[in-house]
Write a protein that binds this ligand. Structure first.
Ligand SMILES: [Zn+2]
Ligand SMILES: [Zn+2]
Length: 350
């Protein structure tokens, strides 16, 4: 096994040169094709040869500068599926050849009150792949071993690399929202909006025995929801056919908060999955919050969310609509995503 020391540049097994192809953001609004040195993993990190990398809306925010640059230039991409080709000096026994997933959450401090209370998603010192550190729009990337998810072939035999990639952000974040919604076993779940993250989350909930009602504008999305096992599908502002124990708002539309709260049964919980939400109109306390209805936000995710979600994905084969793009067309993939021209989830493949 090759071992690397932090900062050293060493040749990589199976790689003829020390350089690699990559895409970087240097100036807002532009993704550039470059050659970079193959990165050297830090002492607790893995070097990963990228097989596939999902294209997430957050990558657009990194490209366009909506997220303030934390590193420049930076290689975007945080839905990486790849093979471990080398491990850092502090983890010499990590098995080379393991297929792993590299997610958005890259590091947390481990010592603050949030980390020590099991809420590392709230760690103020957390770092993110493809924003604070170079990500997966490249031939190779690095990841702290403790934040990588092993994806053994035996557990994920029914998935291709391209299908696994979107699980690492869209899937995990959606699962966090499901946990935050406190759905009781066999309960009735409302899903507002039905994009990439929502359709994965709905399938997990159905797999776990929930009755899922999907409320979304597009007739195509409603049809897909029924096909995937939803008990009903209707317009976003329609009332579901029965009161909901829990609901998740995936659409970034604040106007839907009172609508979803009104659809909850007594004691029900609404979790808001998105980072962005338009303003929430005034709530009617008696109809929308009284009787212990709960309204909750969702911020990033913990590693436990990731492990639980991937275990669920291994147990229930999730259907994922993927549009593959050759690695050389990453700029096109981002442009298509910006223009809503992608069917399903865009994934870069090598
Ligand atoms: Zn912390
Ligand atoms: Zn993402």
């Amino acid at each position: 096994m090759l071992r690397f020391h932090h900062g050293s540049v060493s040749p990589v097994r199976g790689c003829e040169t020390e350089g690699m192809r990559a895409w970087v953001v240097r100036t807002p609004g532009r993704l550039e094709r470059v050659e970079l040195p193959t990165p050297a993993p830090g002492p607790d990190e893995l070097l990963v040869r990228v097989r596939a990398c999902g294209v997430c809306r957050t990558d657009l925010h990194v490209r366009d500068g909506d997220l303030p640059p934390h590193k420049s230039p930076v290689v975007p991409g945080h839905e990486v599926v790849g093979d471990v080709v080398a491990a850092g000096a502090a983890i010499p026994d990590y098995p080379v050849g393991t297929r792993v997933g590299v997610p958005w959450l890259r590091r947390t401090c481990g010592v603050c009150k949030y980390c020590t209370r099991g809420r590392e998603n709230l760690c103020p010192h957390s770092l993110y792949t493809g924003w604070d550190a170079d990500g997966g729009y490249a031939e190779y990337t690095t990841v702290p071993a403790a934040y990588a998810y092993p994806l053994p072939e035996k557990d994920f035999a029914e998935y291709s690399d391209e299908e696994l990639a979107p699980l690492l952000c869209a899937g995990i974040i959606g699962y966090r929202a499901l946990r935050r919604a406190d759905l009781p076993p066999g309960g009735r779940l409302g899903v507002y909006g039905f994009g990439g993250s929502a359709h994965l989350t709905a399938q997990v909930a159905i797999g776990q025995g929930a009755v899922v009602h999907v409320l979304t504008r597009s007739p195509e999305a409603q049809a897909l929801a029924r096909e995937l096992g939803a008990a009903s599908a209707a317009g976003a502002y329609d009332a579901p056919p029965e009161p909901l124990d829990s609901a998740i708002l995936f659409a970034p539309v604040g106007d839907l908060v009172p609508v979803a709260l009104s659809a909850l049964d007594r004691g029900g919980t609404l979790s808001v999955a998105g980072i962005y939400l338009t303003d929430i109109p005034p709530l009617a306390y008696d109809r929308q919050l009284f009787q212990e209805r709960n309204l909750r936000s969702v911020t990033a995710n913990t590693r436990e969310d990731g492990r639980e979600f991937l275990a669920a994905a291994a147990a229930y084969k999730l259907r994922i609509a993927v549009t593959p793009y050759p690695f050389d067309q990453a700029d096109q993939a981002l442009d298509d995503l910006a223009a809503d021209r992608v069917n399903g989830v865009a994934v870069l493949v090598h």
